[in-house]
Design a protein around this ligand. Structure first.
Ligand code: ADP
Ligand code: MG
Length: 639
């Protein structure tokens, strides 16, 4: 073996660069974190060619003295950490003192910086980490860093870069992420001379979310809760607005973007039985914990995080989101295509829903809880039955296995709306932003609103129950409603699955391993209304089945159950039970197209109208759609 030597600082920096500086987006992430740490309130990012040839970040933060500016590019140069003790209580974004050295080692840099009160600023030029020029410079307070020709001296790394459009997209996602992480800072982003994003820096998360997501945001539900010294705030999608992937789940822990199985699991647990399989809720959520309750001392470029008390974090997220969802009105409104709008939209395509402005009446009834109410609510549910621990663990485990979880640092947000002006620029700050905070009065006392009584009007197409209440009409899907109500009862064991013994037991041929699995799970089957016996190697004898299933359906359900149980790791018994309950509820429920007795329909409507929590059938389809008098008047051109 060769003699041991210490690596030169340049080589060490290149190695660090390999870890910290993966692509233009990672450079932008580091520079933005530095700007935020420097106390900037305005930050501008500009890139050309995806950030490969030119990338500039300008901030109005504290700036650096000449001395500090030169030191900043040395490895392990940081102003944020003095001793090992400081590591436990990190509140800034950066602390390793690696980023600038690493970026500088693989690019050409120009730095302009000035501290407030200094007569002149400093200009530095660096190439491959070496200072090539330094001088005084007239410049505003704050710091501007230009990074040119990224990876010019590491062709191997250069080869890994994707097309400029892809790299530019990743930079855009990074800026969006920082904008959502720091609503108190105004971010602007220009790509090849075109402004792509601008946030007002109002300090209100809703303003930042609105600028990033545009009108889709209007449909999200506000979350604002406290849990044992942890706070959770932000926005989640309604169950009916679930997405095909987890790309739209954004979590921040103490303002750092993170991906965490615990957080994802707890979020999705709150939507259990409300979202179709393969769909996922969207969110922008900030979890704030005491600095010592979380370990951020993980790899700088990664977004992992370790919690001291995972259970508390899970509960905080789960109950916070659940509380918000349960109090939010989400009876979807009937959508009309508006002929007067935008000729580029084909008339057949439904327009995206308007941010629903709740009426004053709805406001008091279906609104997010105030902090006090939430505390009362959370105190109450603390004594209530806890969520099935098995189920919660299973959710987290399922998240872990799910291939859909892109645990990547570069979380790409889907199509970024090109937002040229911010609400703040258009008019008075947040005047036309649907700020939920404004819409919702900060009520102190929880007064029960007067809900007008409703009236059964009739049935449409043998499928929908029509109900009138005040200035609103509701269409209730009778099958979906019945299915949900049955499912809830079965699930809460208010109603046991009634079973029917078969006069002649029927043999159900299966694969031998499936038969064995079913026989091992007799206890579970029993609770679901099945009774089976062994009948040779690859057949089970069905003696009893749930009341509402036909023999054929029962055999099919058993076969599906066996498959679920065998994939063991895939689903917990809890999930399997839920699925059987879905099937039973679905089969037992009255069907669309069937004739139903008026009394039966009134009874169903009664249950739906009385319980705003009956919102979706167990497969996630809506149960009730509202149609307001106003909407109708508009259609008839009366307004
Ligand atoms: P870290 O952020 O981990 O401390 P960096 O290499 O990113 O390490 O930055 C080194 C130091 O340079 C920082 O600690 C900070 O003092 C200073 N610095 C970097 N960027 C800025 C900026 N935009 N404004 C003011 N100071 C900065
Ligand atoms: Mg830094």
């Amino acid at each position: 073996m060769q003699k041991i030597i210490q690596l030169s600082s340049h080589v060490a920096n290149l190695i660090a660069a390999g870890e910290v500086v993966e692509r233009p987006a990672s450079v932008v992430k580091e520079l933005l974190e530095n700007a935020v740490d420097a106390g900037a309130t305005q930050v501008t990012v500009e890139i050309r060619d995806g950030g490969m040839t030119f990338l500039r970040v300008t901030d109005n933060g504290c700036g650096m003295s000449r001395e500090d500016a030169k030191t900043a590019f040395l490895r392990h140069a940081t102003s944020k950490l003095r001793s090992a003790d400081d590591l436990a209580a990190i509140t800034t974004m950066g602390f390793r003192g690696e980023a600038l050295a690493a970026i500088a080692s693989v690019s050409r840099i120009e730095l302009l910086t000035k501290t407030a009160g200094a007569i002149s600023g400093t200009s530095l030029s660096l190439e491959a980490g070496k200072i090539t020029d330094e001088s005084d410079a007239g410049c505003p307070d704050g710091t501007t860093i230009i990074v040119r020709d990224l990876f010019f001296n590491t062709p191997a790394r250069m080869k890994f870069m994707k097309a400029d459009s892809v790299e530019g997209g990743k930079v855009a996602a990074t800026v969006q992420m920082q904008a959502l992480a720091h609503p108190e800072v105004s971010f602007r982003f220009f790509r090849d001379g075109k402004q792509i994003l601008s946030t007002p820096g109002s300090g209100l998360l809703e303003d930042a979310v609105y600028c990033v997501y545009g009108r889709d945001f209007g449909r999200m539900v506000k979350v604002d809760s406290q849990w044992d010294g942890y706070t959770l705030s932000g926005f989640v999608s309604k169950a009916t607005d679930a997405r095909p992937s987890r790309n739209m789940q954004t979590f921040f822990v103490n303002s750092r973007p993170v991906r965490s199985r615990i957080l994802i699991g707890a979020l999705e647990e709150a939507y259990r039985n409300q979202i179709m399989a393969g769909k996922f809720p969207a969110c922008v959520l900030h979890l704030n914990l005491p600095a010592n309750a979380v370990d951020v001392n993980v790899h700088p470029a990664k977004t992992e995080v370790k919690f001291l008390n995972e259970k508390a974090v899970f509960d905080c997220m789960h109950y916070g989101v659940l509380g918000a969802l349960n109090t939010a009105s989400d009876r979807p409104q009937m959508q009309f295509v508006r002929p007067s709008v935008a000729p580029q939209v084909p008339a057949s395509q439904p327009l995206p829903a308007q941010p629903a402005k709740p009426t004053a009446k709805q406001n008091t009834f279906f609104r997010t809880m105030s902090a006090q109410e939430y505390q009362a609510f959370s105190a109450a549910i603390k004594d209530a039955p806890q969520p099935n621990k098995f189920a919660a663990a299973a959710t987290v485990a399922a998240v872990e296995r799910s291939a859909n979880l892109g645990l990547k640092e570069d979380i790409i947000l889907p199509s970024m709306p090109v937002q040229v002006s911010t609400p703040a620029q258009e008019s008075a700050p947040s005047a036309n932003v649907p700020t939920i905070a404004q819409d919702e009065p900060q009520q102190q006392a929880f007064s029960m609103p007067e809900v007008p009584s409703w009236r059964y009007v009739g049935e449409l197409y043998q499928s929908y129950i029509l109900v009138e209440q005040g200035d609103d009409a509701f269409l209730i899907d009778k099958h979906a409603a019945h299915e949900r109500i049955l499912f809830n009862k079965l699930k809460q064991n208010q109603e046991s699955i009634s079973a029917q013994a078969l006069v002649t037991p029927i043999p159900c041929p299966l694969r031998p391993d499936a038969a064995a699995t079913l026989l091992e799970s007799r206890e579970l089957l029993d609770s679901l209304g099945f009774e089976i016996d062994s009948f040779g190697d690859s057949t089970v004898l069905i003696r009893q089945i749930p009341m509402d299933l036909s023999a054929q359906e029962a055999a099919e359900t058993l076969e599906a159950l066996a498959a679920d149980l065998m994939s063991g790791s895939q689903k917990s018994k809890y999930d399997v039970r839920d699925e059987v309950l879905h099937t039973v509820a679905c089969k037992a429920a009255i069907k669309a197209g069937w004739h139903s007795d008026e009394k039966e329909l009134i009874k169903l409507a009664e249950q739906v109208m009385a319980d705003p929590l009956v919102k979706h059938c167990p497969h996630g389809r809506p149960i009730c759609i509202s149609l307001s008098k106003k909407q109708l008047e508009k259609q008839f051109k009366r307004s």
